[in-house]
Write a protein that binds this ligand. Structure first.
Ligand SMILES: *[C@@H]1O[C@H](CO)[C@@H](O)[C@H](O)[C@H]1NC(C)=O
Ligand SMILES: *[C@@H]1O[C@H](CO)[C@@H](O)[C@H](O)[C@H]1NC(C)=O
Ligand SMILES: *[C@@H]1O[C@H](CO)[C@@H](O)[C@H](O)[C@H]1NC(C)=O
Ligand SMILES: *[C@@H]1O[C@H](CO)[C@@H](O)[C@H](O)[C@H]1NC(C)=O
Ligand SMILES: *[C@@H]1O[C@H](CO)[C@@H](O)[C@H](O)[C@H]1NC(C)=O
Length: 138
């Protein structure tokens, strides 16, 4: 029992470690089903704008996972046009945005990145591939 919880803790520490490397380009984060995963992107907003987290899988167009209206002067606001999810919580500061997904499962696998609209241009951050391993301990 103790061994199992130490193991679970270790796995959690490992997934936190791998996540902390994820702000660079094209990295892969591996997690086990049930893990909480935090992904990061660097944004470059110099004025108020909507900031999106997108998810791209092999067989689909990108989908919006979360969105905030980032303002230089006001607190962070939800985007009224994208429903807030309890499972995927987005945070933003002046440099980074994080997306915390609670209790991931296989269907959370995919390529994640941030996007914003700056004037006429869509800006994309570097990507993180989230790979959910099938649980070999079961
Ligand atoms: C994306 O990754 C490349 C290569 O590591 C890096 O040079 C670039 O600054 C990164 N871009 C952002 C927006 O973080
Ligand atoms: C989020 O959690 C709250 C409190 O547990 C619940 O009332 C609400 O219905 C949940 N919303 C969604 C979208 O699951
Ligand atoms: C934004 O959050 C990241 C992660 O917590 C932190 O490393 C960074 O210093 C923060 N930046 C600012 C400007 O607060
Ligand atoms: C993963 O979780 C989501 C949200 O709870 C659920 O809709 C989906 O059916 C789950 N997928 C698998 C493969 O368990
Ligand atoms: C997408 O395709 C690549 C290469 O075929 C594969 O390694 C990866 O697991 C796939 N990702 C998903 C989320 O299906």
């Amino acid at each position: 029992m103790v061994l199992v919880s130490v193991m679970a803790l270790l796995l959690r520490v490992i997934s936190v470690l791998s996540v902390s490397l994820s702000s660079q380009a094209g990295l892969t984060v591996e997690a086990e089903p049930g893990d909480d995963v935090t992904l990061w992107c660097k944004h470059s907003l110099t004025k108020s704008a909507h900031l999106f987290w997108c998810k791209h899988t092999n067989n689909s167009v990108p989908v919006y996972i979360a969105c905030k209206y980032y303002s230089l002067t006001l607190p962070l606001n939800p985007c009224f046009f994208i429903p807030e999810s309890n499972r995927s919580v987005m945070r933003v500061n002046s440099t980074f945005s994080s997306l915390t997904i609670t209790a991931v499962n296989l269907s959370d696998s995919g390529l994640y990145y941030c996007s914003s609209l700056e004037g006429k241009y869509m800006i994309f951050s570097n990507t993180t591939r989230l790979q959910i391993k099938s649980n070999s301990l079961d």
